[in-house]
Design a protein around this ligand. Structure first.
Ligand code: PLP
Length: 428
């Protein structure tokens, strides 16, 4: 595939934007090569600046669940745009989307809108800390909750559960308030609670993880977290930025049948505009300013254009619930197609999937946490990624990301993808 224009645009961007991108994974550092620059998108397809066409398996990392430039969403945005783009004063639209979200998501009374998933998670732990009057939070290695200081933490050495910063600029003080545990590791979790439970404001996790590839919780794992949180008076935060409105109307809470105390949203909830949100029961949410003492604010929070896109998205999903079974069937079809090809080779692989999320790891060990995800063969992944890109299939440019299907992808597109996969895998 020729990408001379993308190459030129990337060079130009690097002069004025650090690394040429506004979010690191876009730079292709994990896979090498030059990122493609997108000119437009429609339905299941991306079109780049060299007029190449790709089937999109990242769907803007989740939001485009019904496909790009969907008329229902676009019309809503266009209608609002004529009325102005921002007021910094309340609008009815904010109440409408809040009412709809509260109706769709189990176990929430109130929801506060912000501008990104990072902001939602950052605000959720402040709320948990303010509500419980405790300082520490527990997170799991490999779960991503945005780039706020409290989350850019890795496990310390010496198997201690105390975190250390994993980015310069994050202070040791921040890290000392975040406790790290391996995903799906019940014993570590129990030990961490024994040692720190009385200081824990919150446990935050991706109830179904998508940021180390797609990783599902083991039987009883989330139940144990819920039980320990209840025992120690710790709030449970489900980070549903990825899974919210993607794995079903009620997200992971509904799928797993477990209730969290605070739920964070992003991605799908904004219909492709920058929106995040966090929600919970009155008891907890009423701690937020201006009702309660926990401060949280945003000049563009609840922005009318963003809300018009989000409201249209939630309305559409609520009225077309069959999308979720359709997406699941498509994902299952893709999985079977991939497996059929891989089973004809000697390649070691694991495919994890749930709903419309799926990931392929080149390893023979089941991928159930960050450590096992890291065992994947990255050199093979790079060849696979570029092979697929060259065939017109846009996959996440990192072995640690889940694919996100969108419902505009047809079975014809899936057959095309599986054919490309066969070609690429047989050459690896
Ligand atoms: C994407 C993501 C975030 C961060 O959201 P941004 O909008 O990128 O700030 C947080 N948590 C999870 C689970 C995510 O997938």
């Amino acid at each position: 595939m020729i990408n001379l224009n993308s190459k030129a645009f990337f060079k130009q961007a690097q002069n004025v934007i650090p690394g040429g991108v506004n979010s690191p994974v876009r730079a292709f550092n994990a896979v090498g090569g030059t990122p493609i620059f997108i000119k437009k998108a429609k339905g299941a397809y991306l079109y780049d600046e060299d007029d190449n066409k790709y089937i999109d398996f990242i769907s803007s990392w989740g939001p485009m669940i019904i496909g790009h430039a969907h008329p229902y969403i676009l019309n809503s945005i266009k209608k609002q745009a004529d009325f102005g783009t921002s007021y910094g004063i309340p609008t009815v639209l904010e109440t409408k989307i809040a009412e709809l979200a509260v109706k769709m998501v189990p176990n929430i009374d109130k929801i506060r809108f912000v501008n990104s998933g990072t902001e939602a998670c950052m605000s959720a732990i402040r709320l948990a800390r303010g509500y419980t009057k405790r300082d520490k939070v527990l997170k799991f290695s490999g779960c991503y909750h945005g780039h706020a200081d409290s989350f850019l933490i890795q496990a310390g050495s010496g198997a201690s559960t105390l975190g250390t910063p994993n980015s310069p600029g994050v202070t040791k003080a921040s890290a000392s308030n975040t406790i790290l545990v391996d995903y799906n590791n019940k014993n570590q979790l129990i030990d961490a609670f024994k040692a720190q439970g009385q200081y824990l404001a919150a446990v935050i996790l991706e109830p179904i993880a998508g940021n180390m590839g797609c990783v599902l919780p083991d039987e009883g794992f989330i139940e144990l977290i819920r039980e320990l949180c209840d025992k120690y008076g710790t709030l449970l935060i489900f980070d549903e930025v990825m899974t919210g409105f993607r794995l079903g109307i009620g997200g992971a809470q509904e799928l797993l049948g477990i209730k969290a105390d605070i739920i964070t949203f992003g991605k799908v909830i904004g219909g492709g505009l920058p929106v995040g949100a966090f929600a919970g029961k009155d008891e907890v949410m009423n701690s937020l300013a201006p009702v309660g003492p926990v401060y949280q604010a945003g000049t563009l929070s609840g922005n009318p254009i963003a809300m018009s896109a989000g409201y249209a998205m939630l309305t559409y999903l609520n009225e077309h619930k069959e999308i979720y079974s359709s997406l699941e069937e498509k994902t299952e079809y893709l999985r079977k197609g991939f497996e059929l090809v891989l089973n004809q080779t000697q390649i070691h692989f694991q495919i994890n999937s749930v709903g419309s999320m799926i990931s392929l790891h080149f390893t023979d060990e089941p991928v159930k946490d960050f450590k096992t995800a890291q065992k994947g063969d990255n050199e093979m992944f790079k060849k696979y990624f570029h092979g697929m890109l060259n065939e017109g299939i846009y996959l996440p440019p990192s072995a640690y990301e889940s694919y996100f299907l969108n419902d505009a992808i047809s079975y014809e597109d899936l057959d095309f993808t599986i054919k490309a996969f066969e070609k690429v895998i047989f050459k690896i």
